[in-house]
Design a binder for this molecule. Structure first.
Ligand code: KG4
Ligand code: ZN
Length: 336
């Protein structure tokens, strides 16, 4: 039996999970609500809350898995990318836990882990076959990744400025919605008309993305409309959100279509926080029918940041006995 403890602390979620023989048996996530009042994650506050949450999160993950800490064989932790202070909390905890229990540590790349969440067994849910393409969309990244094997991944397209999650969160801020605005835009969009307002699609070469122009066009659009009607936002929130979401989704899916053609791949996955978006999930499912793709959409709990994905990535490295040394440091930027 192999038991891997996974630790995630790259942004504003403190999470701990236990993976036994490749199955996730517990996944505890402590969210940080303190950032809402600031309209975004405040790095220094995030690391302080991680310090408060990490021990209880690990403790609960062990209890929920019905094991004792002595049964854990290795600790996998997010080395990067992310906020350095936040990563430092998880990394330091992993090292200390490993020394105290005389077990190895395993470094995990957060963006690879988002993709590897697809390999968490879940009933008869299909697992993507290699090679596949994954659109990884989160608060900090937007990438199209060619996944050849568990740790053989190549970024074939990425954003030149804002990430898709940032596009959601920053436009939500323009609409006076609290942070994080992505899920709220999704919620309002459900009862809105996606064709009510037209926002431009940027013409970016190759498989890359850009969202900063869209954000600016929404800013000017809202400013002009509110000048004419101070109640414009309140009266049109559903239609505005549906129109913005529809444009972000079409920007993403048009590039996925291009990538699928370029690489002749029909197995397409999505991952990361924005893969929880219902417009993206439905849009991808519809597109799959016309393109003849097999699509892989993660379970909601494995879309946004969680330690289950770190634990499963750690499990695959554990099988290879791919361990890190105790002098390892976290990395704010971390290539594959
Ligand atoms: O992967 P994640 O939890 O953290 C990072 O690694 O960044 O992604 C967080 C991002 C945030 O920008 C959040 O607004 C977005 O995912 N998000 C959504 C939805 N749920 C989370 N965006 C749109 N629709 C959603 N339902
Ligand atoms: Zn993430």
């Amino acid at each position: 039996m192999s038991v891997v403890l996974g630790i995630e602390s790259s942004c504003d979620e403190t999470s701990a999970a236990i993976c036994i023989d490749g199955k996730i048996v517990s996944n505890i996530i402590a969210n940080q609500t303190i950032h809402e009042q600031y309209g975004g994650v405040v790095p220094e506050l995030a690391s302080r809350v991680h310090q408060q949450n990490i021990v209880p999160a690990v403790h609960q993950a062990i209890i929920a898995a019905k094991i004792t800490k002595n049964q854990i064989d290795a600790v996998a932790f997010t080395r990067g990318p992310g906020l350095l202070g936040s990563l430092l909390v998880g990394t330091s905890f992993a090292k200390a836990f490993a020394i105290a229990n005389d077990i190895p540590i395993i470094e995990v790349n957060h963006m690879q882990a988002h993709i590897l969440a697809h390999f968490i067994p879940d009933g008869d849910k299909a697992i993507p076959p290699f090679p596949f393409l994954c659109l990884t969309v989160s608060g900090g990244h937007t990438q199209i990744v060619l996944v050849r094997n568990y740790f053989e991944m190549e970024i074939v397209g990425e954003t030149l400025d804002d990430a898709a999650g940032e596009a959601f969160d920053k436009t939500a801020k323009i609409l006076d919605l609290p942070y994080p605005g992505g899920p709220l835009i999704d919620q309002y969009a459900k009862s809105g008309n996606p064709n009510a307002f037209q926002f431009p699609e940027p013409q970016i070469p190759a498989l890359n993305f850009s969202f900063s122009g869209l954000k600016t066009s929404i800013l000017y659009f809202v400013r002009d409309q509110v000048k004419e009607n101070p109640h414009f936002l309140k009266e049109n929130m559903e239609d505005i959100c549906a129109s913005i979401q529809s444009r972000i989704v079409s920007i993403l899916l048009n590039k996925v279509k291009k990538a699928a053609k370029a690489y002749q791949i029909k197995d397409i996955a999505i991952a990361g926080g924005v893969s929880a978006n219902s417009g993206l999930r439905n849009g991808l499912t519809d597109l799959a029918k016309t393109e003849g793709w097999n699509v892989f959409i993660p379970k909601f709990e494995y879309c946004t940041d969680n330690a289950a994905m770190i634990a499963i990535a750690g499990y695959f490295k554990y099988l290879d006995q791919d361990f890190a040394k105790q002098d390892i440091s976290p990395l704010a930027r971390m290539p594959f």
